[in-house]
Design a protein around this ligand. Structure first.
Ligand SMILES: Nc1nc2c(ncn2[C@@H]2O[C@H](COP(=O)(O)OP(=O)(O)OP(=O)(O)O)[C@@H](O)[C@H]2O)c(=O)[nH]1
Ligand SMILES: [Mg+2]
Ligand SMILES: [Zn+2]
Length: 370
């Protein structure tokens, strides 16, 4: 078998026992059952065709991560020396980026590469290459379209803009529903007076006791940034939160060299700079990658059944095991451990109130359908 000599640094999923069935079309198996492409991966095709030609070509395939996707082009940051691509402080972040196009076979197999994908590329010239293979995905997000995301970095502020806890809890429900980790960063502490700082402290307590990694600081003064940054190490994250809380500012303070407007690629392709809301994954060092996203307005709840909602509030889920009824919705049922925890101050009243609001909203959503 020519697999190993051709590419000694194959990813674990291929080299481990050489089980070819593990190499499958990413992201489809769970949703649509066995995909057409299962067991037939692009790399395997490549190897077979080289073998058929009678000799094994020494080909250089590099591993990397897609950091930007637009109009059929994929920018790939290439791994160096088998290390996960990442830049430490003081290094040039822009090194080793290949602008690639997906090889025809990927299109034939119906594989759409996404930002965040780990891939194999074949360099073809200065800064250019062909995307040969998309490695299996750990996760896949629809909005923003991104693969292998570990966590959502939720940015909030107590003031400027004024906090909206219902919005924040709604966002957290979405993160739970997507089965991603949520990391909370309360920005702009520099604008807070003494009593507001105390108010913020109380809120930090609410979200920490709910189970969320929660940090506070200021992009403007730098306060609190090392702590949150350390927590992000090794993770792929997308930013979320209302408009104006400082998401883009946060990214810029970690990567001061970022061009002011992301849109260079669209310009090159002769398109308007703002025609596409592209997703760009930024290497911020320490093995973490962050994608900016614009703040969005009104947010619908994810379409879940009523009993599911409690599972999307970690602190309610933890208490619900003590409820008398298994299908307890924690409203007025007797023997409800969640309401008892609220009375004892173990679950924050604001979180419980938002839970009840969302429960009513889901009922209305379901009722509208009939
Ligand atoms: N006082 C203060 N202002 C800040 C801080 N961080 C960001 N800002 C300001 O807040 C404003 C909004 O920041 P952005 O980074 O554009 O906010 P955003 O979350 O990206 O907003 P959208 O892209 O609209 O979703 C800018 O004027 C920033 O200079 C901070 O820590 N303190
Ligand atoms: Mg922004
Ligand atoms: Zn209950």
């Amino acid at each position: 078998m020519a697999l190993l000599p051709l590419r000694p640094e194959f990813p674990p999923f291929l080299s481990k026992g050489g089980t070819l069935s593990r190499c499958r079309r990413p992201g489809t198996a769970s949703r649509r059952g066995k995909s057409k492409a299962e067991g037939r991966c692009a790399i395997l095709f490549l190897c077979r065709s080289i073998e058929k030609g009678g000799k094994v070509l020494k080909e250089t395939l590099l591993r990397g991560r897609i950091v930007r996707a637009l109009a059929g082009y994929y920018d790939v940051v290439v791994e160096e020396d088998g290390e996960t691509p990442s830049a430490e402080d003081g290094q040039d972040f822009r090194r080793s980026v290949l602008r690639t196009r997906a090889r025809g076979l990927l299109r034939e197999l119906g594989i759409t590469p996404l930002v965040g994908d780990l891939v194999h590329v074949r360099p073809t010239g200065e800064g250019e290459g062909v995307l040969i293979e998309v490695l299996p995905r750990k996760s896949e997000l629809v909005r923003p379209p991104a693969a292998n995301v570990d966590a959502v970095l939720v940015v909030a502020t107590l003031r400027e803009p004024e906090v909206d806890l219902a919005y924040l809890d709604r966002l957290l429900v979405h993160v739970e529903h997507a089965r991603l980790e949520a990391v909370l960063f309360w920005n702009k502490v520099d604008v807070l007076g003494l009593s507001e700082r105390e108010e913020l402290e109380a809120l930090l307590g609410v979200y920490r006791s709910a189970g969320y990694a929660t940090f506070a600081g200021s992009v403007r003064t730098g306060e609190g940034l090392p702590e949150v940054r350390a927590h992000l190490a090794g993770k792929v994250l997308v930013l979320a939160g209302p408009s104006g809380v400082g998401k883009t500012s946060f990214l810029r303070v970690l990567r001061p060299d970022l061009p002011l407007a992301v849109g260079e690629l669209s310009r090159k392709l002769g398109r308007g700079r703002h025609t596409t809301r592209e997703v760009v994954l930024v290497d911020v060092g320490q093995g973490s990658w962050i994608a900016d996203a614009p703040g969005f307005g009104a947010l619908r709840l994810p379409d879940v059944g009523l009993p599911e909602l409690g599972r999307l509030f970690p602190e309610i889920a933890a208490c619900a095991e003590g409820c008398r009824f298994r299908d307890c919705l924690h409203e007025r049922e007797p023997g409800c451990a969640v309401r008892a925890a609220v009375e004892e101050g173990k679950i924050a009243r604001s979180r419980y109130a938002n839970y009840l609001t969302f429960l009513r909203e889901l009922r209305e959503m379901h009722a509208e359908r009939y």
